[in-house]
Design a protein around this ligand. Sequence first.
Ligand SMILES: Nc1ncnc2c1ncn2[C@@H]1O[C@H](COP(=O)(O)OP(=O)(O)OP(=O)(O)O)[C@@H](O)[C@H]1O
Length: 581
Amino acid sequence: MRRYGIQPVASITDDLDIAPLLITSVGRLLWRYRSELAPVTMLALLIGTGTILHSSYRLWWPTVAGITALVAGVLLYAGRWVNLTRPIERAYAATATAFAGGWLTTSTAHGPFTKPLPLVLAIGCVVLAAPWWAHRRRRARVRVERTLAAWPDIAQAAGLAGSRVQSAIVDLWGYRFRLGLGLGQTVEDAVAAVPRLESALGSTRGGVRVQPVASKKANRADVRVIETDPHANAITWPGPSITFITQPAKLGLFEDGAPVRVPLLRRHGLFGGVSGAGKSGGVNVLLGELTACPDVILWGIDLKRGMELQPWASCIDRLATTPQEAEALLRDAVIVLDGRADDLAQRGKRVWDPSPARPALVIIIDEYAELASEAPQAIDHADSIARRGRAVAVQLVAATQRPSKDAMGKSAVRSQMDIRVCFRVREARDADLILGQGMVKTGWHAHKLDAPGKFLISSPDHDIPRRARTYLLDDHGVHTTTERHSTHRPSLDAVSVQALERAAEMPITEDAPPPSREAEKVLMAALRQAPAEGVRINDLMRATRMRRTWVYQRLQDLARTQQAEQVSRGFWRATPEKHAQ
Ligand SMILES: Nc1ncnc2c1ncn2[C@@H]1O[C@H](COP(=O)(O)OP(=O)(O)OP(=O)(O)O)[C@@H](O)[C@H]1O
């Protein structure tokens, strides 16, 4: 009994020990549920502040009212700055601020416990708390914060002990966080830890991606956890995202739901991937965007008898469906290019700024490999456009299954492609052909893309292998888009038209053998006689009586063998050393 008799004393002592523990636990709970408790905290703060203001600064109520109106207005109109991206979120923030500020203003003047202020506050808090508690993004953010709070344990389990979470962003599709890697850990270590991370973070298999960060810092990695896959279903094209080619076009969505924005002006594009991977789908989206621009004129080459591009015919200014037509089209594109180059030189300008009156010329070539095999002459022109077209806004977009050297004809075309869109390829190394040598090794695994329309993009703005999916523009979509856009198509500008007319009048063909050989002699002589500042291409054309393409091609050849050099833009002469020899 005695033993039991001392029990209460012992329990009092225990209670005293437990008190700080209890306070810490309650504190921890309050901190853990701070987001859910925010409306209660707000209510307490308002009563406290109202009491202080009423007792000591009663006359300040107009200031409180003014600040309230200002903050509510700023939230409503500029809430984006504080990550309130949706209008409904901004409206909520402004309403809550107006209510809290209005209540505080009144209680500053009359006292927080003056009737009916307590009742108004209670009702207001309950009404405003409901959307707060229900808000999906807030709840997701809290869930992610709680998951990442356990990061040291997760990192330990995944073999990344010592790494830290530096920042996290929650979006519609999941969340991503920036990882500061532990001493000596690399992005490759983080990539290798992906299956363990998936398990430790409780995500689905394949739901975690690790990427190097854009700044290329070796001790950082971006981890993306996909909870809802935006690529699970086809994403319908939402309509054109641009009205001028100067704006970046949206081609689809990345896995985090972010749009794939690509500036198109002064860039050549290559779309590659196996049959059925979605190249034509990608080209359709591109056409949907470009046909919405009144400062772009479109030409097309489709040697599959127009199967792919014919549906766009009403928006395409010129469509070639046979090798002969393709060759003529590209030859004319080079003439346009030269005409524009001359026009710029005369105006003392360096680049052609597209406008509806002077549109950019974009040439879409479906199945480029077929062009290379069926119209090899055309490849010379394509090569010329790829090399010199950017400044004058004459651009190429080529789609092909496998852009090998054979299929692409001259390799210059491939190397000049600034935007590479790689759909699924059969073998890993094929991605190198589309994206560039060595890309597969650095994580550009296009062979792992698992659905049509999924792609990797490499361009000056996208240098990280992030999976994306193009929007889907079905036949009906193409039909309605062409109907809508065909009424706003521009015509070819006067400079280009005149260049084409002049060329049509010129009797000499560039591939007639005897005059060509004669012309080569004349060209070399003219270069040798050129003054120190060189001779203009126009003068060389006149002297040789050959077209610009021919002259330009020979000059390139002579430059390669160091027999001629470009002194300044458009001025050439024979290389002095060779001349002296
Ligand atoms: N973004 C996408 N989302 C969903 N499905 C798509 C997408 N893109 C393409 N597809 C589907 O994949 C099929 C094949 O696509 P597409 O014709 O574009 O492939 P391709 O690479 O051009 O093939 P080919 O080289 O044989 O012309 C389409 O019929 C379409 O149903």
